[in-house]
Design a protein around this ligand. Structure first.
Ligand SMILES: *Cc1c(COP(=O)(O)O)cnc(C)c1O
Length: 399
């Protein structure tokens, strides 16, 4: 008779997380994700959603989803390579490629599925993947699925990337392919990768570049076209531009843009694309409508930046440190974990919803409240948030 409890770890490991206050307490959003919304029964100002432009509630985006259910049904019926490739999916990819100014685009079910499916195909045994040390978890998992050698360079530091590339170029036997991967905008600090310098270096050493622009789309570049436009980079310098419809586009879905060769390769090779059901028609249609809105209503991106500059200045003027933030992701530094947690729960009591980011997601003494600005917040909303930060900051003697 075995004495081992085969599932005892489920509870013990969960309890360990709870004891260390590292478990996720799920908040419940009652109704749509809007700047003023209801969370756990309380009316709050939303300061931590990725719905930067509030497109998830845009009438045109919602209507496109409703119409697609009526014309195409609730589901697609299959994976795309078999019987689940609808005109609605192809249309989205054509629209996205036009928006990005790329030869072709490919849509995955999620951004996570794009990274996990494509990265291990771009580089495998005999190749090397070179990553920024703070890249997103979905990139890390994509890299783990590859048999390629790995190297890491210091966060956003081309001077540190250079010797890594030089060493890789001298490797014996010579690597077949070298792949440099970076987030475009980093989600914990809101800083922007120096993509031009990284791309120039990669080019000089014959490496290809993969940028994950999940937090740059709808934010950076003309009309929110993303980081490649922001730096005015040519497509032959940034060969793989990956992104998501789950953030500024307000829906869900991952995507990759680049050359026709890249897209042909990606959909034939990515197992997450080949073996997982395609988007419901409503999702694909809503994503297409979100692109239309970005192209026809430039005020959303403009409002986002006005709000970002106003809030960041306000927070800094109060005496808080916003770290390296250059984008609508604005961390408000708190120091210790306990301070950040206390601050966040006081904010919630005062009707402001913004979560603490603490160790192990960031260094032990770099706990923060991560705020994310939104185009649909009014000046009055932002002033209200600022006065809550001021009051609690004084109360907890942080400013
Ligand atoms: C959110 C995010 C992803 C995952 O995108 P989903 O479409 O939500 O799966 C990937 N990379 C980065 C940098 C992200 O911030």
């Amino acid at each position: 008779m075995a004495t081992r409890d085969p599932v005892g770890f489920l509870r013990s490991e969960y309890e360990q997380l709870v004891n260390n206050e590292l478990d996720w307490k799920l908040r419940e959003l009652e109704g749509p994700s809007t700047p003023r919304c209801v969370v756990d029964g309380k009316r709050v100002l939303m300061l931590c959603s990725n719905n930067y432009l509030s497109l998830s509630n845009h009438p045109k985006v919602k209507q496109a989803a409703i119409d697609a259910v009526k014309t195409h049904g609730a589901g697609s019926g299959s994976v795309r390579p078999i019987a689940g490739n609808m005109d609605i999916h192809m249309n989205l990819e054509r629209r996205l490629a036009m928006f990005k100014g790329a030869e072709a685009s490919l849509v995955y079910q999620t951004g996570f599925a794009a990274n996990a499916g494509l990265i291990p195909q771009l580089a495998d045994a005999g190749d090397i993947i070179i990553s920024d040390e703070l890249n997103h978890g979905s990139i890390i998992d994509g890299v783990r699925l590859s048999k390629a050698d790995r190297a890491v360079y210091k966060h956003c530091d081309p001077a540190d990337l250079k010797p890594v590339l030089e060493k890789a170029e001298e490797h014996s036997p010579a690597y077949r392919r070298m792949l440099v991967i970076t987030d475009g905008v980093f989600s914990m600090d809101g800083d922007v990768a120096p993509l031009k310098d990284i791309a120039d270096l990669a080019h000089a050493h014959g490496a290809m570049i993969y940028v994950d622009d999940a937090h740059g789309e709808g934010v950076l570049g003309a009309g929110g076209r993303g980081i490649v436009h922001h730096f005015g980079l040519k497509r032959d310098r940034v060969q793989v531009e990956m992104g998501t419809f789950s953030k500024a586009f307000g829906v869900v879905g991952g995507h990759v843009s680049g050359s026709r060769d890249l897209v042909n390769f990606a959909y034939n090779k990515s197992r997450t694309w080949l073996l997982s059901g395609s988007h419901p028609p409503a999702v694909a249609a809503a994503c297409t409508a979100a692109i239309d809105v970005l192209e026809t209503e430039p005020q959303h991106v403009r409002n986002l930046w006005e709000n970002t500059n106003y809030f960041r200045k306000g927070i800094r003027d109060l005496g808080f440190d916003t770290g390296k933030s250059e984008t609508p992701i604005i961390p408000v530094m708190m120091g210790e974990t306990s301070a950040a947690k206390r601050f966040s729960s006081r904010l919630f009591e005062m009707g402001v919803f913004a979560l603490p980011i603490v160790f192990p997601m960031v260094a032990k003494d770099k706990a923060r409240i991560r705020t994310i600005m939104n185009a649909a917040l009014t000046r009055g909303d932002i002033d209200e948030a600022l006065s809550a930060f001021e009051k609690i900051g004084e109360e907890l003697r942080l400013i």
